[in-house]
Design a protein around this ligand. Structure first.
Ligand SMILES: [Zn+2]
Length: 441
């Protein structure tokens, strides 16, 4: 255990400042979604039932106070009535931090929806109003199991997970356990991890940059001319889905929907990992999926999963030390990537034009490859400006002193940051930094 001298000295007062300091020091916060092993289902279900009980108790109490005194209870007001409910042998088995989290969540939701009364939480799974299991907790209620990386310790129990992210290398924050419609349990938890320092060698980065044009027919086309076909998961499964819906087999419908989502996610994960592992900089067009989703191409757009894909690229780039930027893609299909003349096919009206020849420089273009090349050029221009501005945060910050993680293995040396090592490994969800890798062995 080490103290935090720098943090104490500068004393960042507000939470915002602290978050900013973390970001500057190369830390990034994200939410992990991990499947809990099924053997814990009964325990979690019991906890969820108690959460519902506490939620309904809060609501009941708050409504009585509202009726009698015409004031809304705050979480602070509710807390004394809840406090100690989890302590006694005859009391609830919930963690005291979960009890607090429930009251706070209740008050937050009530404010958010501007309602005096929220829905009661229903524990009976046969009821049509059944509330899917939910167990919130605060950061201090959960910890990593030091001996077993695939487990977290919650409420005196070791919960086993399918750990695809390397949880043992993260600092856990608050979160919740949640149940999906098929009765599977997940751990959703915020974690703090370290960003891998990006390469600061302009030539190297520029040489290994790639532009990506997102599309409907092809999911993506790169500036290197590689095309990846959009796998039409939904359309593939549509006949089976229709059969299940006609048969009113709810369980089957749910499982088909889950299968579609899983297949899509799996494909996008593989694709984004492959792209991030091969490049130093990735630029993507900023296609607006939500506006296209309203047109007659809606199903294809939703199927393509552009925004999911961009999010994946973003966080994988962060953790692998790769530059990432969404660039404005207006006119990228029309401009010639050789001479810059605007003579290409126009947007959706000429969507069927796959190849065209520039009237000015006579270059034959593939529509999508040309667009991807333009995106890459715009990205490189942005990067050049960034380097000129003197992108030097990596050299200036002192991560050792602002480190928030208590374990020494989370620290990185000044040297590795200043050097801007660039590419990190992607074999696990969150790569190790050189110093960490050495510490872990
Ligand atoms: Zn041209």
């Amino acid at each position: 255990m080490t103290s935090e001298p720098a943090a104490a000295a500068t004393n960042p007062s507000s939470r915002k400042e602290k978050a900013h300091a973390k970001k500057q020091a190369g830390f990034t916060t994200r939410v992990l979604h991990l499947r809990v092993k099924d053997k814990h289902g009964a325990f979690l279900l019991n906890q969820a039932r108690e959460v519902n009980f506490v939620w309904n108790f809060c609501q009941d109490h708050a409504l009585q106070v509202l009726r009698r005194e015409h004031v809304f209870c705050s979480a602070y007001d509710l807390h004394p009535y809840i406090k100690g409910a989890g302590a006694g042998e005859e009391g609830l088995s919930l963690h005291s931090q979960t009890l607090q989290a429930v009251t706070e969540e209740y008050v937050t939701r009530r404010k958010q929806f501007k309602k005096a009364k929220l829905n009661w939480r229903v524990s009976n799974p046969k009821s049509p109003k059944y509330s899917l299991g939910w167990i919130p907790f605060k950061a201090s209620a959960i910890s990593r199991n030091k001996r077993n990386g695939g487990q977290v310790r919650y409420c005196g129990k070791d919960i086993s997970l399918w750990d695809s992210y390397g949880l043992s290398r993260c600092e856990l924050g608050s979160g919740n356990f949640s149940q999906d419609s098929r009765g599977r349990w997940y751990l959703n938890v915020t974690v703090t991890t370290m960003e891998w320092p990006k390469s600061l060698d302009p030539e190297k980065v520029s040489a290994e940059a790639i532009g990506i044009d997102l599309g409907l027919k092809d999911l993506l086309c790169t500036s290197e001319g590689i095309k990846v076909e959009a796998q039409q998961f939904y359309r593939d499964m549509e006949p089976k889905l229709a059969v299940a819906q006609r048969a009113k087999n709810k369980q089957r419908v749910k499982s088909i929907h889950a299968k579609i989502a899983n297949r899509r996610k799996d494909a996008l994960h593989k694709l984004s990992t492959a792209l991030v592992s091969k490049h130093q900089a990735i630029f993507v067009g900023d296609v607006n999926a939500s506006s296209l989703a309203k047109t007659n191409m809606a199903k294809s757009v939703l199927d393509a999963g552009w925004s999911t894909f961009r999010t994946m690229l973003q966080y994988k780039c962060d953790s692998a030390g790769v530059w990432f930027r969404e660039v404005n893609e207006s006119f990228t299909t029309q401009d010639c990537s050789c001479c810059g003349a605007r003579c290409g096919p126009k947007g959706q009206a000429e969507l069927n034009v796959r190849h065209w020849t520039c009237k000015v420089c006579d270059t034959r273009h593939d529509r999508d490859t040309n667009a991807a090349t333009n995106i890459k050029v715009r990205g490189q221009a942005w990067l050049e400006a960034e380097f000129e501005k003197g992108y030097s945060t990596a050299a200036e910050v002192n991560p050792v002193e602002t480190a928030v993680n208590k374990d020494s293995q989370h620290k990185i040396s000044k040297k590795s940051v200043a050097a801007g090592v660039g590419h990190g490994p992607l074999d696990v969800g969150i790569p190790l930094l050189p110093a960490q890798a050495a510490a872990v062995g």
